[in-house]
Design a binder for this molecule. Structure first.
Ligand SMILES: *Cc1c(COP(=O)(O)O)cnc(C)c1O
Length: 384
């Protein structure tokens, strides 16, 4: 996270250089021709195809994930879109979790179906549902290892076994689990993707995304799509992400420890119907957390308030330190009311089906002192 992927210029700089350049110069016309025929290991022709700062970030992320290669994208959604569009064609079937980030659902339900892709959504915690939905036409399965905002885990090993029986590609959105606690490729996944906007930046500055997997997939299937359609990460943002990676483990470990402490304090609170945190010892996902997430519950805690939306809004408005916004993994603690913001697009029935109740709030734990956060939450609950 600190040294991997570094490419030093002739000046031997300590901090990674920002190659804020769109293009590259060739010595001769013959050199230009040769580079366009075959771009070499440490050569670049256009920043949409690749850039040295972006390449450092890709190499560092790949080494951290235990993946052969990676392609960085302009945002998490550019990464999701690229994987789906690069892999699927008319007549293919994709089986995905129904509890997905809203924009991912949009791509699946509203875009891919326009091109004749058969999209089937399942309860991703139900292995029988996967088994029933994955058939011979299935090219790809897609799910979040920890779902947003109800924080339920999907068994990566078990779903991978089901998908691989028919040769389907297993694509995992691992954002909520974080790279600090979980490496889906070691559990059977083929492709892993992140919105690096979240914990990798970790300080709310830049959008970014990345896709990790086998070299043949990244360079053979994904790169042709991305380099011609323009979802490339900016070199400046790649540099911010590189610097973010240097401290990501420290930040995420601290956030997860605070999240666990807060979840334990709030469990059974009389203003709450439920405290959702997979890292709680009595969580229904405890065994999966041990196996798949290094025993840690991540950095997000969701709370279901008695008294529905009115209580939730009163709680949000009474918080003094925790800010109302919709990022996560940030140094600042952030609270969101999914039903009226991130999941507003869904119907009431869909929200109910996903457990997104009117009283549910999603709290992304930051780097503030745990005592300050606890006091803030308790005083705000008092006023509900
Ligand atoms: C944020 C997020 C995305 C999209 O990432 P952007 O960088 O905002 O485009 C996708 N999936 C999950 C689970 C996310 O939290």
């Amino acid at each position: 996270m600190v040294h991997s992927g570094t490419r030093r210029s002739q000046y031997g700089e300590v901090s990674e250089a920002i190659f804020l350049t769109q293009g590259f110069v060739y010595e001769t016309a013959e050199d230009a021709e040769a580079r366009f025929i075959k771009v070499g290991e440490d050569e670049f022709i256009y920043a949409r195809y690749g850039n040295p700062t972006v390449r450092m970030f890709e190499d560092r992320m790949a080494e951290l994930e235990g993946a052969e290669d990676a392609f960085a994208c302009a945002s998490g959604m550019a990464a999701v879109n690229a994987v789906l569009m690069a892999c699927l064609k008319a007549g293919d079937r994709v089986v995905a979790a129904k509890a997905l980030f809203g924009s991912c659902l949009y791509i699946l339900e509203d875009i891919l179906t326009r091109y004749g892709v058969d999209v089937v959504l399942v309860d991703s915690t139900d292995l029988d549902a996967w088994d029933a939905a994955v058939n011979e036409n299935t090219t790809l399965v897609f799910f979040e290892s920890v779902s947003n905002p109800t924080l339920k885990l999907t068994d990566i090993n078990a779903v991978s076994v089901i998908a691989h029986k028919v040769g389907a590609l297993v694509v995992v959105d691992n954002i909520f689990a974080t790279q600090t606690f979980s490496q889906p490729i070691s559990h059977g996944a083929d492709v892993v993707l992140y919105s690096t906007t979240k914990h990798v930046d970790g300080q709310g500055r830049c959008l970014g995304g990345i896709v990790l997997g086998k070299r043949e997939f990244i360079r053979g299937t994904l790169e042709p799509y991305l380099k011609h359609t323009g979802g490339a990460l900016s070199p400046f943002n790649a540099w911010v992400m590189l610097k973010g990676l240097e401290t990501m483990d420290l930040r995420v470990e601290a956030q997860a420890a605070t999240a666990l402490a807060i979840a334990k304090t709030l469990q059974g609170h009389d203003k709450l119907t439920e405290t959702l945190f997979p890292g709680l010892p009595n969580s229904p996902d405890a065994a999966l957390v041990a196996r798949q997430m290094d025993g840690k519950g991540g950095t997000v805690v969701s709370l279901d308030l008695k008294g529905g939306q009115e209580a939730a809004f009163r709680f949000l408005n009474a918080l003094q330190i925790i800010i109302i916004s919709n990022n996560l993994g940030d140094a600042k603690s952030i609270i969101t009311h999914p039903a009226t913001t991130t999941h507003q697009r869904l119907s009431k029935e869909q929200r109910a089906d996903l457990g997104i109740t009117p009283g549910l709030v999603r709290l992304s734990i930051g780097l503030e002192d745990v005592r300050d956060l606890t006091r803030d939450i308790l005083q705000a609950l008092d006023g509900v």
